[in-house]
Design a protein around this ligand. Structure first.
Ligand SMILES: [Fe+2]
Ligand SMILES: [Fe+2]
Length: 284
């Protein structure tokens, strides 16, 4: 398997895998899926009754799955099967709507095509997590997650810019600064991921880069949290359908930070010459 190839130069890192908590992931992402269905529903034109009903069905389906996930201690059996099927179905629903929009076959409402693609990618990421049997080598996993999430973070900023009222000049200015930063970070993450295909044993630059990503993502998370508060208090002018959208993107930023918090120390121990105090790799 590719995982063995990636760690062959570092035998002590053979078991360098961070515990992958599928149940926690499933709980997090199921809520996200339920909210995606709500956002789609709110963005559809009022006469698209069939799609509105389909979106509502997904809201209820994921709500029921969340109730089941809350009652178990392990993700397996019928629940895992039903969850995978629901995720596959919502991926297809998002893809179908996007396809129709691309071909100008339905009225767009307020669902941006990029938003549909964004939430389709998030659902595919969730499905991958449900299938992935073994976590990857930490450096590989770190860069993969950074490329995935930095694109997501950059797009969140773009959606916020386009949903704010044009008179919200100060907030738009701040958001545009974030967009510049996150576009740069995404580009760099893609470069580093590509360079890592040569499998260097140590890659200190990734550690420094990730520390920078964390600092910037914390700032972005705070910006989203503030925007959510302002929207909840009706202190913001926008066409955001529900303040929940801002809380949703804030939770996704926190999820990214949580993942970095787990993966960065592993990558530092296994793939850098920084802080080499002969620590055992990944507490194996
Ligand atoms: Fe999302
Ligand atoms: Fe998102």
């Amino acid at each position: 398997m590719s995982q063995i190839d990636k760690t062959e130069n570092s035998p002590q890192c053979q078991d360098c895998v961070c515990e992958f908590n599928r149940l926690e992931e499933a709980r997090f992402w199921s809520r996200i899926m339920q909210e995606h269905a709500l956002f789609i529903k709110l963005g559809l034109p009022a006469d698209q009754i069939k799609f509105i009903k389909e979106a509502q069905d997904f809201i209820e389906r994921f709500m029921e799955l969340r109730n089941r996930l809350a009652r178990v201690s392990k993700l397996e059996g019928d629940l895992l099967r039903d969850l995978k099927q629901a995720v596959r179905d919502i991926i297809e629903f998002k893809a179908k709507l996007l396809r129709l929009l691309i071909q100008c076959k339905v009225e767009p409402g307020s669902n941006y095509p990029l938003l549909l693609d964004h939430i389709r990618r998030e659902a595919m990421h969730f499905l991958d997590l449900l299938h992935k049997p073994v976590p990857e080598d930490p450096l590989f996993a770190l860069l993969q997650e950074e490329v995935f999430w930095l694109r997501i973070m950059k797009e969140h900023i773009e959606f916020i810019i386009h949903l704010l009222d044009p008179s919200e000049r100060e907030l738009i200015k701040q958001a545009k600064e974030f967009r510049k930063t996150f576009s740069r970070l995404l580009e760099t993450a893609r470069d580093l991921e590509s360079m890592n295909e040569t499998m260097p044993k140590n890659f200190n630059t990734v550690i420094r880069f990730t520390e920078n990503v964390i600092a910037n993502t914390m700032e972005l998370r705070d910006f989203k949290a503030t925007a959510f508060e302002l929207a909840s208090l009706c202190e913001i002018l926008s066409i955001i359908s529900t303040p929940l959208l801002l809380d949703h993107v804030r939770r996704e930023a926190d999820k990214f930070l949580d993942e970095l918090e787990v993966l960065l120390p592993e990558a530092r121990k296994c793939h850098s010459t920084l802080g080499m105090e002969n620590l055992p790799c990944c507490q194996d």
